[in-house]
Design a protein around this ligand. Sequence first.
Ligand code: SAH
Length: 250
Amino acid sequence: MMNIRILTQFPEMFGAVLGGSILGRAQENGLIAFDVINIRDYSADKHHKTDDTPFGGGAGMVMMPQPAFDALRSLGAEGKRILYMSPRGRILDRELAEDLAKEREFYILCGHYEGVDERILTAWGMEEVSIGDYVLTGGELAAMVLVDCVSRLVDGVLGSPESLDEESIYSGLLEYPQYTKPREFEGLSVPEVLTNGNHRLIHLWQYEQSLRLTRKRRPDLWAKYLENNNILTKDEKKILNMVLSEDERP
Ligand code: SAH
């Protein structure tokens, strides 16, 4: 079982996300345990203060070292992998998510307001992780994004593990368009090929759509995909060559 321990000043934010849907089921099934720890509970201050004004001036509040140090100590986090959600961090991607999914236990610290005292990060050897080049008001939403994408990589969390490799990004390509019933809706129809039951043709159509979408929207992924030695069937090679030959047209 994997154990993810989240330190935050706003534990109530996590209830709906960790308790519901796929993550809730993962916990019930004993695959993952989430501990949400309220940093305020560890404040030595009689008003449970956790933040103070920054040395050197400037706006906002900074998380004080004492509550975080005491929380981490009492949890036994010494020597453990601890992430700090932060816009200065390494950007979360597939590789990092896969790496974290292999851990048996890790910690996440969420900042709020202006951030945290740097000594918390250095003394505990924290790894800074960002979810993108924008600034949030707190690390809680970022931690939920991280926990969600890591959890679905843990064995048994998703119903059908084979669906992982077919997904956008994980397959190296963006996913093809999906359709469900009804076949006709307000005059809009589902592509004919998907309804005829020919699995070979369906697969090739989906592959072609994935290639075209990736080339158009994500030139970075497209270039990587072409560099890889993808194991392709004869039919897939034909499709890939057809799509590539269109690039050469003037
Ligand atoms: N003053 C800080 C930003 C603080 S934002 C700076 O300029 O770097 C407040 C908190 O939100 C941070 O402590 C961090 O935990 C979280 N946060 C903000 N943007 C984030 C992002 N892109 N990814 C992950 N966490 C983020």
